[in-house]
Design a protein around this ligand. Structure first.
Ligand code: 13P
Length: 357
């Protein structure tokens, strides 16, 4: 392996080091503004910066968080002490990453499908982000299940774009996180989710092979295999864990060092429970399995913070707790008692996620 490919492998492995996972804090301005507005928090460059700085600096979180995915606005911002925000992470030995796609846009020739854009000028943007400290990147393809979707074309164009993105990242010394997300919205069954996710992963790995992407120097960020949110049958945690592992074992080559799930709209506690159940069954699986959660790590922290600097400490504790629980789940060592440890440290009304099993 060349020095470059060895470097990519080392970064990928560090991102899935034992007991660690990734914080996805790369919401676009529009998405984060939507989340702020639901809680009546004004969304300005400064409030978005303060919120993210609060998360990045959360005491103790570096024990459980290996990397943070940033958005373009954030990677260029400076924290309250004047230092660039990526430096706050680097000082704590957390690897900065960057979202480089420019969003899922309507796919010409198909009704109801999208293709993720952002390839134009990507090589130069990757060079700039590398100079700002980014060592890994993310590109999210979005696949929707309906009675007639996804189409073969929808899967194929999104897989091809993921391959183009991943190859460009590796050329620039950046580890690509390859994220083909099959959405939870819909009334489809868990079997349908497994079938579609399998097809998508097969197309994605074909594209990665075709475009000479080094599997040892990337991470996969898939959805778990779950029924649609409107499906009448909601499956047990055991069924979800078994279906997820079955799908991944069929489709993901052993050379890939790690699989880091997205939470996709699951409640925070359920995302932790599922990750734990999957890891409780991984004896003999070739890859590390961890998390790259956005909402499931942040929701409770944001609802605690509410834009008030007097609540920043409590919000950091809420984030720390979710990071700790998910880190335990990445080793199959999460327990309900860990959840209860934290009850009472933040206002009760924010405990919307707790489920009995
Ligand atoms: P969620 O965990 O909120 O799905 O976000 C992860 C992510 O990065 C989606 O692209």
């Amino acid at each position: 392996m060349s020095a470059n490919t060895q470097g990519l492998g080392a970064i990928a492995k560090a991102l899935v080091a034992n007991g660690k996972g990734i914080l996805a804090a790369d919401e676009t301005v529009g998405t984060l503004t939507g989340r702020f507005e639901k809680l009546k928090i004004p969304s300005t460059r400064e409030t978005r910066r303060d919120y993210r700085e609060m998360l990045f600096a959360a005491p103790g979180s570096a024990e459980f968080i290996s990397g943070v995915i940033l958005y373009d606005e954030t990677i260029r911002q400076r924290g309250s002490n004047g230092a660039p925000l990526p430096d706050i992470l680097l000082k704590r030995q957390i690897i900065p990453g960057i979202k480089v796609d420019t969003g899922a846009k309507p796919l010409a020739g198909s009704e109801g499908e999208t293709v993720t854009e952002g390839l134009d000028g990507l090589r130069d943007r990757l060079k700039d982000y590398h100079a700002m400290g980014a060592r890994f990147a993310k590109w999210r393809a979005v696949i929707r299940i309906t009675d007639r979707l996804p189409s073969a074309m929808g899967i194929s164009v999104n897989a091809h774009a993921l391959g183009r993105y991943a190859a460009l990242c590796q050329e620039q010394g950046i580890v690509p996180i390859v994220e083909p997300e099959v959405l939870m919205e819909g009334n489809h069954t868990i079997d349908k989710c497994g079938e579609v996710t399998g097809q998508v992963l097969q197309a994605v790995f074909n594209a990665l092979h075709e475009q000479k992407v080094l599997l040892e120097g990337m991470l996969l960020k898939p959805n778990m295999i779950v029924p649609g949110t409107a499906c009448v049958k909601q499956n047990s945690v055991t069924e979800v864990a078994e279906a997820t592992l079955r799908c991944l074992l069929r489709q993901v080559p052993p050379a890939v060092p790690g699989i880091v799930f997205l939470s996709g709209g699951q409640t925070d506690v359920l995302a932790t429970i599922h990750l734990n159940e999957i890891n409780a069954r991984t004896a003999g699986t070739p890859w590390k399995i961890s998390f790259s959660y956005g909402r499931a790590l942040q929701d409770i922290s944001l609802a605690t913070w509410l834009g008030d600097k007097n609540k920043a400490k409590a919000a950091q504790q809420a984030y720390f707790h979710r990071a700790k629980c998910n880190a335990a789940a990445s080793g199959g060592k999460y327990t309900k008692a860990m959840e209860q440890e934290f009850t009472g440290k933040i206002p009760r009304e924010h405990h919307w996620g707790f489920q009995d099993d």
